[in-house]
Design a protein around this ligand. Structure first.
Ligand SMILES: Nc1ncnc2c1ncn2[C@@H]1O[C@H](COP(=O)(O)OP(=O)(O)O)[C@@H](O)[C@H]1O
Ligand SMILES: [Mg+2]
Length: 341
């Protein structure tokens, strides 16, 4: 018991991947301790005053299933802070949860934030970590954390290209000698795939489904390239015209058609980065390929799709949903590395 407590005090530093869809917290020496959706559920009283009901897993459960006076918010949905108060509340919640609400612990916290955050938004993230009791807060760039987490040799004088497809954004970076050489962030990611699926189901089948169902369809039968076998799925939803519940059968080909546009946008962004990559670094990328991280990397065939689009090798990093968190965690263990980046 005592040993546990002592250990807790010595390993209180945290690395946080504050994603648009998921937040992952790593404690120094203990690995991943939190992995929950970046969602906050709020209840509004009749005077319009809002109260936080739940955060994380519990809040995501409520998404799309809530009565009118309960709303679920994703404070960082498109890689910008939509609601500062709610974002701060979420950050504080995760930091406190990581320490079992032990008020005596004042950790050092490294937070990886979406690349597109403005100075004001970064300051808000920092302030919420301080108000949750952090002793020191360091913010790091997402493409660099993703590259470290994917195991790329970013210290070398070579070009490393990583593309992280998250929920709200896709972030692309070329990294060399511990620094970002060129980078780009677009507001297209897994969420856009989901909303395109909602739209497609409405247009093709007159079927109204929610975003959560769309996400399930994407994960189950979605694909970026033609599958060896055309898998199918039965989907329940509401008929747009009659208003009655009905069921339709959709195929992976349908879903491929549905998400075509956002996929093209991601390929276009990748091409535009390659166009501005210095030729010496481009040579390394041709040789070593492009690493894919983030939950979007798990979409069936997206590596092959992007590879075909840019005519370069593309591969999915190990555990792509955790690359950024692991990269941020690595900085926690290696202060020298943190100083470099
Ligand atoms: N197997 C899968 N196939 C396709 N998309 C997936 C899969 N698993 C998760 N995703 C998507 O990945 C996104 C979340 O990725 P994540 O890297 O956690 O985002 P963020 O870093 O923005 O929080 C969501 O849009 C989710 O639907
Ligand atoms: Mg991420």
């Amino acid at each position: 018991m005592l040993l546990d407590k002592l250990f807790g005090i010595f390993s209180n530093d945290l690395a946080i991947d504050l994603g648009t869809a998921n937040t992952v917290v790593i404690a120094r020496g203990r690995g991943i301790i939190i992995n929950e959706p970046s969602v906050v559920a709020l209840k509004e009283n009749k005077y319009g005053k809002r109260k936080v009901l739940a955060i994380g897993n519990q809040a995501k459960e409520m998404l799309g299933k809530t009565p009118d006076n309960i709303i679920a918010i994703r404070p960082l949905k498109e890689g910008v802070i939509a609601d500062f108060d709610v974002a701060e509340e979420m950050i504080r919640f995760f930091i406190k949860k990581a320490h079992n609400r032990n008020a005596f612990i004042r950790p050092r916290v490294i937070i990886c934030v979406p690349y597109g955050l403005t100075q004001v938004e970064r300051k808000a993230v920092e302030d919420s970590a301080y108000s949750a009791g952090a002793r020191e807060v360091v913010l790091v760039e997402e493409p660099i954390a993703a590259a470290i987490g994917a195991g790329l040799p970013i210290k070398d004088p070579k070009g490393n290209l990583v593309i992280d497809i998250g929920g709200g954004t896709t972030e692309i970076g070329v990294i060399s000698l511990d620094g970002l050489v060129v980078s780009k962030s677009i507001k297209i990611g897994g969420d856009r795939f989901d909303s395109e699926i909602v739209e497609y189901m409405r247009k093709k089948f007159n079927l109204y489904i929610g975003e959560r169902t769309a996400e399930e369809i994407k994960i189950e039968i979605g694909s970026a390239i033609k599958r060896d076998e055309d898998v199918k799925m039965h989907i329940k939803g509401r008929d747009q015209i009659s208003g009655l519940l009905k069921e339709v059968e959709v195929s992976s080909e349908d879903i491929r058609e549905a998400i075509k546009e956002p996929l093209e946008e991601i390929a276009k962004a990748l091409k535009s980065i390659l166009e501005v990559t210095p030729p010496d670094l481009a040579g390394d990328i041709v040789e070593n390929g492009i690493a894919l991280t983030g939950g979007g990397a798990l979409l069936y065939g997206i590596d092959k799709y992007l590879s075909k689009a840019v005519k370069l090798p593309v591969y999915v990093a190990e555990d792509p949903l955790l690359s950024v968190a692991k990269g941020t965690g690595a900085m926690l263990e290696d202060i020298e590395l943190l100083r470099q980046v």
